[in-house]
Design a protein around this ligand. Structure first.
Ligand SMILES: [Zn+2]
Ligand SMILES: [Zn+2]
Length: 582
């Protein structure tokens, strides 16, 4: 059922456009009294779309309502929360609210799109509420794998909603402040939280997530005493981890080299925002040659096996300056994300072939998650005591497990939601909170400078090209359908015509034959009005010409598809161009 906005004008609605069906591309909308706010505008990884690595949510619904959109609020610097702003902002043109770190990070991304002077970014002051009438937003700090992660208490006259963002309860987050549990508890104890919209990433993991501080000891023990070069690869956005590694490097007497553009960017942004203050020694890769291997620690991007990232370049000796050799060490301080296994294991192999030691989360304690495990979710519900729980930031299996936990915590109404579904949050009768309609949602591929619907014809064609290549046939005929020169045939990524003259000749003669048959047929079907006759009647000639040519093209297409299917055993893409000369 389509969402009837008029009917729900005065109601508090929660409507995710992204992030409810997946881990990635979080876009959350809240509505009241005809006004909207957006919390986060992130991007996600695209799989199996040739040429497209990243995707964003289809925001056409809110684009159509943008005059009532009051702003975009960013919870933290991760790509799945702010990574689509530079791609989608033009469609919304509203103010953006972010912490100083997130704002500095966002500006560097906007620069790449020449938008840094256009997008109004307001720095959040956590000490007071942000008033976006009818919403009042209070920012509550929670620990995560980056500092300045702000949960948002969306306060309205129809009830308060705690939008958690990404979080864990980490007593020792290494950088940034610890979670402001007491603020949540105060609202919870007063029974003032109507709903919690919460992170489901690790809802399947038992226990409590481990602390970034604990990881320091483990990683240090693995690095300490090594003679050769040490590399640690992690997510370039994991500021806490980079901080942890830099501190270990300092404590074991190594200088840090950053390999990868996004790491440099995060480091610069972090420094500008007041992080990396300790006297860490970062040097450039060009300075490496002045130091012995045992004095260096490389942090590289590409822990998911990305083809152009630092770790892959190191593994394949394609990096311009950094060389790892036998006996050196590479630690994957990251999660092996489902879907990326193949690329990651290829990378392990490349490194192993060079006799570089590889340590991963599979065999050593080298990574901690930034998301809440089950015990933390229980604790959150215990603190917040919401009447309604709507798990987000997960695939179906995660939100489902999270729903079970919320029910265990006696939350009276638990709703498993999907992208595009609008929930009416009912403060008077919370158990009557329910999905009241759906709006358009979907996935947009970020294809270089273009934003394209993943269902678009372009991707279908591209997949076809990838599957069986493309045949191009270009021919010139006169108005009696006689070839004026030899047709040009190219077969890119499909069939090796250059080394099969016989096939080429066969195709040429098939084309000639088909044209002959067609010429005869058309003259007959036109009741004796041959093409030559039409020459004198200009407009009819044009019409007839186009009809004839499209018919010829259709027949030629069918014939050629058959010919190539016989040759190749599969169907390639086919482009035919017929030029008519007088
Ligand atoms: Zn995050
Ligand atoms: Zn996230």
């Amino acid at each position: 059922m389509d969402l009837n906005l008029k009917k729900h004008h005065g109601e508090l609605l929660f409507l995710p456009l992204g992030g409810a069906n997946e881990i990635g591309m979080n876009v959350n909308l809240y509505h009241l009294d005809g006004k909207w706010i957006m919390i986060d505008c992130g991007m996600g990884f695209a799989y199996d779309v040739p040429g497209v690595d990243m995707m964003a949510a289809d925001i056409s619904f809110i684009k159509a309502n943008r005059k009532n959109l009051l702003g975009i609020v960013i919870t933290h610097i991760h790509e799945d929360h702010l990574g689509a702003v530079q791609h989608l902002w033009r469609e919304l043109e509203v103010p953006v609210y972010a912490t100083e770190l997130a704002a500095n990070f966002l500006r560097t991304k906007l620069q790449e799109h020449k938008l840094e002077k256009t997008v109004p970014i307001h720095i959040i002051d956590s000490s007071k509420d942000l008033n976006l009438h009818p919403f009042k937003l209070e920012f509550i700090g929670l620990t995560h794998s980056v500092p300045e992660m702000k949960a948002v208490m969306v306060k309205t006259h129809k009830g308060n909603v705690l939008h958690t963002g990404d979080w864990k309860f980490d007593p020792d987050p290494v950088v940034g402040d610890i979670s402001e549990k007491e603020k949540i508890k105060a609202y919870g104890d007063a029974g003032e939280i109507l709903a919690v919209i919460c992170d489901s990433t690790n809802a399947l993991s038992e226990g409590h997530s481990r602390s970034e501080g604990e990881l320091y000891e483990s990683l240090k023990s693995l690095i300490e005493g090594r003679k050769g070069l040490v590399g640690v690869t992690t997510f370039a956005s994991n500021l806490a981890r980079i901080h942890t590694i830099a501190r270990i490097a300092k404590d074991v007497g190594r200088k840090v080299v950053l390999a990868g553009f996004s790491l440099h960017r995060l480091y610069e942004v972090g420094k500008k925002s007041g992080y990396f203050k300790e006297d860490f020694e970062f040097i450039s890769d060009r300075e490496m040659k002045f130091h012995s291997k045992s004095e260096l620690l490389v942090i590289s991007t590409g822990c998911q096996g990305e083809p152009n990232a630092g770790t892959r370049k190191i593994a394949t000796d394609m990096h311009p300056t950094i060389r790892f050799t036998k006996g050196d060490l590479m630690i994957f301080s990251s999660k092996i994300i489902p879907g990326n296994e193949k690329k990651i294991f290829e990378l392990f192999d490349e490194l192993a072939k060079k006799q570089i030691d590889v340590l991963t989360e599979k065999d050593h304690f080298v990574h901690v998650s930034g998301h809440p495990s089950q015990d933390e979710l229980y604790e959150m519900y215990d603190l917040a005591k919401p009447k309604v729980a709507i798990p987000v930031h997960g695939e179906f299996i995660h939100t489902q497990a999270h729903c079970k936990i919320a029910k265990d915590c006696n939350v009276s109404r638990v709703i498993q939601i999907e992208n595009g579904a609008a929930v009416k949050l009912n403060n008077d009768n919370p158990t009557a909170s329910e999905i009241v309609g759906k709006v358009k949602s979907g996935y947009i591929g970020i294809d270089g400078k273009q934003l394209l619907n993943l269902n678009s014809e372009i991707f279908r064609e591209r997949k076809k090209l990838q599957f069986a290549g493309i045949i191009n046939i270009s021919l010139t005929v006169n108005d009696a359908l006689i070839l004026t020169s030899k047709p040009r045939i190219t077969a890119v990524g499909s069939y090796d015509l250059r080394n099969d003259r016989q096939a080429e000749e066969m195709i040429q003669s098939e084309i000639q034959l088909l044209l002959k048959i067609k010429a005869r047929e058309l003259k007959l079907s036109a009741g004796g009005f041959g093409l030559k006759f039409l020459k004198n009647k200009k407009s009819r000639k044009k019409l007839q010409e186009s009809k004839v040519m499209s018919e010829v093209e259709k027949s030629l297409r069918n014939k050629m598809l058959k010919v190539f299917e016989d040759l190749m055993g599969k169907r390639p893409a086919l482009e035919i161009a017929i030029h008519l000369v007088g």
